[in-house]
Design a protein around this ligand. Structure first.
Ligand code: AMP
Ligand code: GLY
Length: 421
């Protein structure tokens, strides 16, 4: 079977690593991929936003199944486009991807179907939004741009002044363009956060799996937000009771709600949750695997990933048992100095082979020069997934691997998964 994988990050390298273990796969093409995926398949230089270019590759290269990594092509309707051309694709339709593409749509869905989330109100007028906010305690609200904003569309102001800057910036200053022409003011919840994933095929929800990610650049969750600089699974507070509650109160009702709203979901659903004093509540949904969570989940998946994707695409997930192992995994990301602000690229990377003795090296922002030198080519450069019986074993392995890798300006957090030990 010939597979096209769309994306270029660590998530896609981890998926590619898992895919090539399938007995079914005969060819893997990654668009556009990175230096890590180039070792597992053939990279083609087509961008993830170029839907027509991706369609052309799928056709000319006789692709049997396309797997979509990032959200944007899904939000833009790549699933319908491929299906119109008779091509099979793993990932939700444009309608279903609204669960990530529009925070207001997603919030309306949750409130209509009683799925626990933060109390939220939508606004398009900054004066009305401020009137609402000023009637509530200072620091009790979160500001969320409606549309996609590269992970930067959520602001947590502590004062009315900061809140006003956020609201006015989004609605009147179009700080996120069209994505912030409307926003949500949401109740600020508190509690540990967890990312929960399941394969969905209409009302069928596979066995779920949980991971925690690290978004801040600095140790102790300080500094700027990033795309994610570490992850581990399982979370230290994860129990079968909590998992059962999340299934019954969030995952299954959401799958049913999407079907009822003519937006049946097919793919992987990512529920970002907060475990509050009143129980698990949704922070946000995403229509894809998480990055960096995916990197600690792929080694735990006992099934052939391709077989599950096919079961979902063919509408027979109910007959496909999804099994996750108890393996503990920790992923530590190495970044370029300056990230998430400005940083340099082009630094030579050494030590990959030695690092591989300790864990799975996953590339994100890397590329290979014509002379074969591996160089940095992004903010999140690469990382190591350590695994073992316990989180402690896994983080020791991950850091042993990271310690072997060198490049100019390399940075990484020293506290990934520490709280779980
Ligand atoms: P998101 O982009 O929706 O994942 O939000 C980014 C981060 O903002 C989340 O990981 C949470 O830490 C925080 N956040 C978002 N919404 C809320 C909320 N309603 N209450 C508290 N924290 C939130
Ligand atoms: N781990 C955050 C994300 O994938 O959006």
């Amino acid at each position: 079977m010939r597979v096209l994988l769309i994306g270029s990050g660590g998530r896609e390298h981890a998926v590619a690593w898992k895919l090539v273990q399938s007995q079914k796969i005969t060819k893997l093409i990654i668009a556009p991929g990175n230096a890590g995926t180039a070792e597992l398949g053939e990279n083609v230089p087509v961008k993830t936003e170029d839907l027509d270019g991706l369609l052309a590759i799928a056709k000319t290269r006789s692709i049997d199944l396309t797997i979509v990594g990032p959200e944007q092509p899904l939000i833009d309707g790549i699933a319908e486009l491929f299906e119109r051309h008779g091509l099979r694709i793993f990932g939700p339709s444009k309608n279903a991807a609204r669960i990530e593409g529009s925070k207001i749509w997603s919030n309306d869905l949750m409130s209509k179907y009683g799925i626990p989330t933060a109390d939220s109100v939508a606004f398009s007028d900054s004066t009305k939004a401020m009137e609402y906010a000023l009637a509530r305690p200072e620091g009790s609200l979160v500001v969320k741009a409606d549309g996609p904003a590269a992970g930067k569309g959520v602001l947590l102001p502590d004062t009315y002044e900061e809140l006003e800057i956020a609201v006015v910036g989004m609605l009147d200053g179009a700080s996120f363009g069209k994505s912030s022409s409307r926003l949500l003011l949401a109740e600020r919840m508190s509690g540990p956060e967890v990312s929960v994933f399941a394969f969905l095929d209409g009302e069928t929800v596979s066995k779920e799996i949980a991971a925690c990610d690290y978004k801040r650049i600095g140790e102790g969750d300080t500094g700027l937000n990033t795309g994610g600089v570490g992850a581990y699974s399982p979370p230290e507070f994860w129990t079968s009771e909590l998992a059962a509650r999340i299934r019954a109160e969030i995952l299954e009702p959401t799958a049913r709600a999407l079907v009822a709203e003519d937006s049946a979901y097919s793919g992987i659903l990512y529920a970002g949750l907060m475990i509050t004093s009143t129980g698990p509540r949704v922070i946000e949904f995403n229509c894809r695997l998480g990055d960096p969570e995916c990197q600690v989940l792929m080694p735990k998946l006992k099934n052939d990933f391709l077989e599950i994707c096919l079961a979902v695409v063919e509408g027979r997930l109910a007959q496909q048992k999804v099994i996750w192992s108890d393996l503990a995994c920790t992923f530590v990301v190495m970044t370029s100095d300056g990230y998430p602000g400005n940083y340099e690229t082009g630094a030579e990377i050494t030590g990959i082979r030695k690092a591989s003795e300790h864990g799975l090296v996953v590339h994100a922002g890397t590329s290979i020069q014509s002379d074969g030198t591996l160089i940095t080519d992004g903010g999140r450069v690469l990382g190591v997934v350590g695994s073992g019986e316990t989180i402690r074993d896994s983080l020791i392995a991950a850091y042993a691997g990271v310690g072997k890798i060198g490049f100019k300006g390399a940075r990484y957090r020293r506290d990934i998964a520490e709280r779980a030990v």
